[in-house]
Write a protein that binds this ligand. Structure first.
Ligand code: MTE
Ligand code: MO
Length: 499
């Protein structure tokens, strides 16, 4: 095992120095793409936002366990050589097959170099006396830590090509900027921010690290069943008339009460404008959006007339961050994220029939799938103990129904009747909406539930269902306790020695 640690450390450090992709990332991608769906479904809720780090750690643990199996008694026999060579060969194959899709610059020669260096160090360590082997393992651990830091740090700056907007933090102003996002709930105590800060905005994708896209080299191609295929650069797109829109983006993996959704102001180009210019043929029925890592999402072409769809370049007034799809992504508000278009999009291909999407291949419902109305309670939080201020507790949260707009939110205390909540102003049909309700609550334990009603009369579904295969349903509920207040003197300390 120490030898394996030394070897992996060396391989990862060499990869980091050469600027090529990590073997652990490639192994992680193998797990994400080929692992059983049920396992992925378990990992996501347990690990939440740490899923990628955990997958990397799992890949490392596997290699170490392999090392542990080899280590011990037989030190330097031909078996070790054979086993190390087998591991190295697996490393090269996995890196070659799954490494390139992480979007990092890499070549087979570089993979070979990193893996060979790692194997050499591993074999050398196997032949060392135990103390030296331990020291080499420590060095390996240090190299591993350094390379992981390096990978995390080098990703964002690497996305900035020369002379583009990334890094300057600027997008050209839209011709008709929206008014500042204000909904009247700014002074509500404990209210959720109306706009989810970009650094807290959930990230869901199947890459191990955000792809490194140089916007100077990047091109968007509109092709397939069109009479005028088009190729556009980032600069071309920044020169388009940009529009702003407010919308919630919701992951179909989101669960009751979770934060795998966010609300933001996006900047982009209406997709129909770009598509019309390419002159689709009458037979074209779908547009397939494909990203730099090969991830695909097919959208019916009718969508462009039924609802707004965008090529998004910015979020919160700035260029997209690498994690959220820099330099450009396709987004159709109202559809769950995995049906709403590719991040890091490079191709929009018009076709007569759809392709099988990444997630539908894994059993998820075929798109497009509309986001169903849902309310989330953000205050109180589960298990909170509250002082009852004159018997009233204020419950607040957000509700979304980006496919139809939020018409109403209702709350129910202790399975009692549904009562309407107060709604903040609506920024847009696709934005989430803040709500609150003042409830008369006696001391003791309580459960509050909330539900959302869409403008089309759709009431949030009560039946509880898991995200797979077409999104959660059920009502979010929160249990809390109201502490009785001493009616005479709530703050005075009790005299000592009395009951
Ligand atoms: N290229 C690519 N685009 C993608 C995905 C992906 O894995 N790869 N995931 C989709 C899913 S499942 C969701 S929910 C949204 C998430 O966008 P965000 O990470 O910016 O929140 O992106 C979508 N676009
Ligand atoms: Mo998602």
């Amino acid at each position: 095992m120490p030898a394996a640690l030394a070897g992996v450390g060396a391989a990862e450090a060499v990869a980091a120095v050469r600027g090529s992709g990590s073997f652990l990332d490639a192994a992680g991608k193998l797990v994400v793409d080929r692992g059983p769906r049920s396992a992925v479904e378990i990992v996501i809720p347990v690990l939440r936002s740490a899923d990628k780090a955990a997958i990397r750690a799992g890949a490392l643990a596997t290699v170490l366990a392999y090392g542990a199996l080899l280590g011990g008694s037989h030190r330097s026999g031909p078996r070790d050589l054979a086993a190390t060579t087998a591991l190295a060969a697996a490393g090269v194959v996995v890196s070659g097959r799954f490494g390139s899709v992480t979007g990092h610059r890499r070549s087979h020669t570089q993979d070979l170099l990193a893996v060979t260096a790692g194997s050499a160090v591993g074999v050398a360590a196997l032949r060392m006396p135990i103390r030296a082997r331990m020291c080499t393992a420590l060095l390996g651990a240090a190299a591993l830590t350094w390379s992981q830091r390096q990978a995390a740090r080098s990703t964002p700056p690497a996305t900035c090509g020369s002379g583009d907007a990334c890094g300057q933090d600027l997008l050209p102003p839209p011709r008709h900027p929206l008014p500042p996002p204000v909904d009247g709930a700014e002074a509500w105590p404990g209210a959720t921010p109306l706009m989810t800060p970009v650094e807290h905005f959930y990230v869901t994708d199947v890459t191990m690290r955000p792809p490194v896209v140089d916007s100077g080299m990047w091109r968007l191609r509109i092709e397939g069943a069109v009479d005028r295929p088009a190729t556009m650069s980032y600069t071309d797109l920044l020169g388009e008339e940009l529009v702003e829109f407010d919308a919630a983006m919701v992951c179909v993996h989101n669960r009751l009460g979770w934060h795998r959704l966010g609300n933001q102001r996006w900047t982009g180009v209406p997709l129909h404008r770009l598509i019309e210019r390419a002159q689709p043929r009458p037979t074209a029925a779908v547009l397939v959006t494909r990203s730099v890592d090969g991830w695909e999402c097919s959208l019916p072409l009718d969508l462009l007339t039924d609802r707004d769809a965008y090529l998004v370049l910015g979020m919160a007034g700035r260029p997209l961050t690498p994690a959220h799809g820099y330099p450009a992504r396709v987004f159709v508000p109202g559809l769950y994220g995995q049906y709403a278009g590719a991040k890091w999009v490079t191709h929009i291909r018009l076709q007569n029939t759809p392709n099988e999407d990444y997630w539908s291949r894994r059993g998820w419902t075929r798109g497009p799938l509309q986001v169903r109305p849902m309310a989330r309670i953000d205050n109180p939080v589960a298990g909170q103990v509250l002082p009852a201020v004159s018997g009233t507790v204020t419950v607040c949260g957000v509700a979304w129904s980006p496919a139809t707009a939020v018409a109403a939110v209702e709350v129910s205390l202790d399975a009692g009747p549904w009562r309407p909540a107060e709604l903040a102003a609506n920024l847009s049909a696709t934005s989430w909406r803040r709500w609150r309700a003042h409830l008369e609550v006696p001391a003791g334990r309580h459960v509050v539930r909330a539900r959302c009603l869409g403008v089309d009369g759709q009431i949030q579904e009560e039946v509880v269902r898991r995200p797979f295969p077409s999104g959660v349903s059920g009502y979010h509920q929160v249990g809390f306790t109201v502490r009785p207040i001493d009616p005479v003197s709530p703050v005075a300390p009790r005299p000592l020695g009395t009951g």
